[in-house]
Ligand binder design. Structure first.
Ligand SMILES: Cc1ncc(COP(=O)(O)O)c(C=O)c1O
Length: 408
């Protein structure tokens, strides 16, 4: 693609709304629909502006579900607005009970939180300290290591294998003085899974040297997995009170903006986690939508199929262009570009495709979230010519943007 064409795409993708107009409309929006301004721009435009900021690239950087909540969740969301004046006790309690039933655990075996990132943060606060550190992977989801760093807990980050898979044996070997072992399964950002057998083996190994260490298995992408060797670690929580499983409504449920996550474990372990969670962190709207989405398995199956199709297309396009793509069972792919991924990320961003920040130590790999089929076609049309451009192979020492500090 010529640089002119790329520029045209970038311009088209970044149709700007003036910051002043946006600010004016948002200020008025807080006053309510009845005084919505006739002057600035329409309500739907403003809502769109709230959602996208003032630039709209293809958003393939945060592992979000491009389709959003399913019909049942949307209906529940609308209905919940009638209860906006009420505290969320009833909805939250119903959600907790539904999750307990769904996972066949007792009611006290579940806690909910505004996003599973909160569960990871609270769990790290509960179980790590300057004497009991964190064992994690590199790269993996960084919420636990960020929290551990904040409180001065030692961190052992075990490099993933070349395939992108977690090295669970090496992680278990480092656990002797650990307060918490973090296992992300599937692993973000590499995408692959650890088998049920390998996770059970990790737990057994850790128990030999660190009987009290908590093992947190993050299953944020659980519902996307189709590999038969995979299974949830929830069954391990029944036998081992110090295993915690976290899940989220942000991924396949399509509700990242509603902020709902939860943990399953022994009640005593969860009550230690709860000490670090805000009380009443969910809203009626988020709890009601989650409850409905939990019951909408048809929607989830459809999301899984759509993701599988668009992921296969993207893999084929990248591999066809000569790049190694790591195994993935999630809604993103990690592609080895063989060059500085930060430079490529900046070039893609300029051309209208937002992919993820680099994840050290895999500095030549780019993580591409899977959007709709149409989005992935457009993304490949933009990205592959950029990769073919020798400029993308020149390291330009691109500085981190604020976005890179995001946690997805
Ligand atoms: C592996 C993993 N865990 C947890 C989270 C946090 O998700 P949320 O706080 O939206 O539930 C993410 C978000 O991308 C993730 O990738």
């Amino acid at each position: 693609m010529s640089s002119q064409a790329r520029h045209a795409l970038a311009t088209q993708a970044s149709r700007r709304l003036s910051r002043r107009a946006l600010g004016r409309s948002l200020a008025v929006a807080t006053l309510g629909a009845s005084v919505w301004p006739r002057t600035a721009f329409s309500r739907s435009e403003a809502v769109k502006a709230v959602a996208i900021g003032d630039v709209q690239p293809l958003r393939l950087g945060s592992n979000e579900n491009p389709y959003g909540p399913g019909p049942a969740a949307l209906e529940a969301l609308r209905a919940s607005l009638g209860e906006a004046n009420r505290y969320p006790f009833a909805f939250t309690s119903q959600l907790r009970e539904a999750l307990a039933t769904f996972h066949d655990v007792g009611r006290d075996g579940v806690v909910v939180a505004p996003g599973s990132g909160e569960i990871l943060r609270a769990t790290t606060l509960a179980f790590t300290s300057s004497s009991h550190g964190l064992v994690t992977a590199a790269p993996t989801f960084e919420a636990p290591s960020r929290t551990a760093a904040e409180i001065g807990a030692p961190i052992q980050a075990v490099p993933v294998q070349r395939s992108g898979a977690l090295d669970l044996i090496a992680m278990a070997a480092r656990a002797e003085r650990a307060g918490l072992v973090f296992v992300c399964n599937p692993n973000n950002p590499t995408g692959g899974i650890s088998s049920a057998e390998a996770v059970a083996e990790l737990v057994a190994r850790v128990r030999r040297t660190a009987p009290d260490a908590v093992i947190l298995v993050d299953e944020a992408y659980y519902e996307y997995v189709e590999d038969r060797s995979y299974a949830t670690a929830i069954r391990l929580t029944r036998a081992d009170p110090r295993v915690i499983v976290s899940r989220t409504f942000s991924k396949i449920h399509g509700m990242a903006g509603l902020r709902v996550g939860y943990a399953i474990a022994h009640p005593d372990t969860l009550s230690a986690v709860e000490q670090h969670l805000a009380r009443n962190g969910l809203s009626n709207a988020s709890a009601a939508a989650s409850l409905a989405s939990l019951g909408d398995q048809e929607h989830l199956a459809r999301q899984r199929a759509l993701n599988r199709e668009a992921r296969a297309f993207t893999r084929q396009a990248c591999e066809g262009a000569g790049y190694r793509v790591l195994a993935s069972e999630a809604n993103f792919l990690m592609v080895d570009l063989g060059r500085d991924a930060a430079t490529v990320q900046a070039m893609c961003r300029e051309a209208g495709v937002a992919i993820a920040r680099p994840f050290p130590p895999l500095r030549t790999h780019a993580r591409i979230s899977i959007g709709t089929m149409d989005e992935m076609r457009r993304a490949m049309e933009i990205m592959l010519p950029i990769l073919a451009d020798p400029a993308s192979a020149r390291y330009e020492g691109v500085a981190g943007t604020a976005e890179w500090q995001g946690e997805c």
